[in-house]
Design a protein around this ligand. Structure first.
Ligand code: KIV
Length: 292
């Protein structure tokens, strides 16, 4: 008798450490609902980020700033319900940790307890380190995020590459080291020059996950809609591996044409009454109509 295949074990924060040690690239992608999470898992990604990018990819906002805890909880729970292997990381939205670290702890607890995430991600360097420390001592794994942090888009004056001059680059190195010392298990480097990302990766014992930061990182993260062609445009740091938008539009156009021509629904899509029931209805119908 053949033994059943062993279920793939869940990816945990310590798997991230192992992967860095063994130089196995960590693959992370965003997902925001059950179908996208199922597809990401079926593709074998190591981690799913329920990013606040959902504000732009699925809610139609032009930034991540309006995303609320209610949004994040609903989408995180949808992803967590169907994930069996990937490490689910939930983004802490703008306003959920900026006012006080008590807010930050309470909201992170909700993303884990109600949303079912295994870890949270928050944006910022040294200034958020005290909050990272508190979360880690409360048993909540934290992923840092430095470089272009979209919640600070107004302070940056746009979605621009960060760390281009020596002073800014060294500040990012300091931020990364401070997050590591505070207990973060990994750090996202968004839109930083490739040489700088590689240097930070060398300096840190924890993994770096790059987006627009080159191949010198320990892993990559991308936005689901960018890589499958569901976004309004493809940013320079992304690659469109398929054009799902065109495929889906084509399928919907076929559906519309078939519904208009009467080709759909076909015989296999419907149910018939038995002759007996049909006869009973036909007999009773004039009486029912008369009563009405
Ligand atoms: O919200 C998000 O999708 C992110 C990634 C771009 C890292 O933070």
């Amino acid at each position: 008798m053949s033994t059943p295949p062993k279920p793939a074990s869940r990816v945990s924060v310590s798997t991230f450490d192992d992967m860095k040690r063994d130089a196995r690239p960590i693959v992370m992608i965003t997902a925001y609902d059950a179908p996208t999470a199922r597809m990401a898992e079926a593709a074998g990604v190591d981690s799913i980020l329920v990013g606040d990018s959902l504000g732009m990819t699925v809610l139609g906002y032009d930034s991540t700033l309006p995303v609320t805890m209610t949004d994040m909880l609903r989408h995180t729970a949808a992803v967590s319900r169907v994930c069996t292997r990937a490490l689910v990381v939930a983004d802490m939205p703008f306003g959920s940790y900026q006012a006080s670290s008590d807010d930050g702890v309470a909201n992170a607890v909700r993303l884990i307890a109600e949303g079912g995430a295994a870890a949270v991600k928050l944006e910022g360097g040294a200034p958020v380190a005290p909050l990272v420390e508190r979360l880690v001592s409360a048993g909540i794994p934290v992923m840092g995020h430095i470089g272009l942090t979209p919640q600070s888009v107004n302070a940056f004056g746009g979605y621009k590459v960060q760390g281009r001059d020596a002073e800014a680059a060294l500040r990012l190195v300091h931020d990364a080291l401070t997050l590591e010392a505070a207990g973060a298990f990994a750090v996202v480097l968004e839109l930083v020059p490739a040489e700088l990302a590689a240097m930070i990766t060398e300096e840190l014992a924890i993994p770096t996950i790059g987006i627009g930061a080159g191949t010198g990182c320990d892993g990559q993260v991308q936005v689901f809609h960018d890589v499958v062609g569901l976004g309004a445009f493809t940013p320079r740091h992304a690659h469109r591996f398929t054009d799902a938008g065109a495929l889906i539009t084509g399928a919907l156009a076929q559906y519309a044409a078939a519904a208009r021509s009467g080709e759909f629904p076909a015989e296999g899509n419907l149910t018939h009454l038995s002759e007996d029931v049909l006869a009973q209805i036909e007999t009773a119908l004039p009486l029912v109509a008369e009563e009405d």
